[in-house]
Ligand binder design. Structure first.
Ligand code: IPE
Ligand code: IPE
Ligand code: MG
Length: 236
């Protein structure tokens, strides 16, 4: 690894392709999600090794509730199992986990696991993993607008105090830097309601590889790709 390679501070990943991975092998979609957990493990290690500080993973969108109930249940079950199995290991690696999304519609046991993973890993200081779970960027923006409107209505805030900064502070990502690099696996080139506000100046990367096949080497390849990008932010 060369000394002066530019490392993105915040990498966000849309983990896509679990279902296709399973289908290609004549397996149930669930098997794809199960293998996807392995990729999360690999990418977490690789992110820590590369010195990435923030890793946001899109695990479940609000739209994903519309999938067959059995698949939704399997994903929730997998999340709970991952919390039980991985919590201590993540803490040992210095990984802090934050769950981002509305805490509605979850069962009591999923809510308990959300609290458990956040508390078990609270002192992690190497990498913060933000797990977008029941996340919708449009919903996030609407909720921010609503909370600002309420503050204006109550006289706490003036309309002219609504700025890019105060708006960003009202989002679920208020204490999180914008993503430098957004990766979506499986060859799909869309955001699917992910970080619409925060992605203004992100670099994008759409590898063909399906999420269960995304290894540490694939992550390193992505880091090399990022290092080749030239970010201009509207300047010359
Ligand atoms: C991503 O894989 C995981 C979730 C959305 C939970 P998919 O389940 O979307 O896999 P494909 O896109 O059907 O292959
Ligand atoms: C986006 O993937 C959501 C997650 C990866 C969690 P989807 O597979 O749900 O998105 P679409 O349906 O292809 O846009
Ligand atoms: Mg998909």
């Amino acid at each position: 690894m060369s000394e002066k390679r530019i490392i993105p501070k915040h990498v966000a990943i849309i983990m896509d392709g679990n279902g296709r991975w399973a289908k290609q092998r004549g397996k149930e979609r669930y098997e794809g999600h199960l293998m996807g957990v392995e990729s999360v493990r690999a990418v977490t290690r690789a992110a820590v090794r590369n010195g990435v500080e923030w890793l946001t993973l899109y695990a479940f969108s609000t739209e994903n509730w519309g999938r067959p109930q059995a698949e939704v249940d399997a994903i929730m079950e997998l999340f709970c199992r991952a919390v039980i199995n991985e919590g201590e290991e993540l803490a040992k690696q210095g990984v802090r986990v934050l769950i981002m999304g509305e805490r509605t519609r979850f069962s009591q046991s999923v809510l308990e696991m959300i609290e458990r993973i956040e508390s078990v890993t609270a002192s992690g200081d190497k990498l913060t993993m933000v797990l977008a779970f029941n996340y919708s960027s449009r919903r996030e923006i609407v909720l921010a607008a609503r909370s600002l409107a309420e503050r204006v209505a109550s006289g706490e805030l003036k309309a002219e105090d609504i700025t890019e900064e105060s708006f960003a502070q009202s989002l679920m990502t208020s204490n999180i830097p914008d993503p430098d690099f957004i990766i979506r696996t499986s060859g799909e080139c869309r955001l699917s309601n992910f970080l619409l506000w925060q992605a203004s100046y992100s670099e994008f990367y759409f590898p063909e590889v399906l999420w269960p096949d995304f290894t540490e080497e694939e992550f390193d390849k992505a880091m090399e790709e990022f290092a080749r990008r030239e970010r201009r932010y509207g300047l010359v």
